[in-house]
Design a protein around this ligand. Structure first.
Ligand SMILES: [Zn+2]
Length: 64
C-alpha cells in the first residue's frame, strides 16, 4: 500500500493520513487524504497519487 506521495502543490513528500471510498461518476473511487511537509492537504483519488521514487532502489532491468 502507498503511504507517502508527492504534494501536487509544492512537490514535497506528503503523508497519506487516511483513505475513504467516495462515489464517483463511474462508481466508487478510493480517495486518500494527504498532508505535505508544508501543511498543504488534499483529498485525491488514489490513482492520482504520485509514487515517490526512492533513489536507493535500483530500476528494474527491462529487456526489449
Ligand atoms: Zn505542499
Amino acid at each position: 500500500m502507498l503511504d507517502t506521495t508527492c504534494c501536487p502543490e509544492c512537490g514535497a513528500l506528503a503523508e497519506v493520513q487516511w483513505r475513504t471510498v467516495m462515489d464517483g461518476t463511474d462508481g466508487p473511487v478510493e480517495h486518500a487524504k494527504i498532508l505535505c511537509a508544508a501543511r498543504h492537504w488534499f483529498l485525491l483519488p488514489v490513482e492520482a497519487l504520485v509514487v515517490p521514487q526512492p533513489s536507493s532502489v535500483e530500476p528494474a532491468r527491462v529487456r526489449r
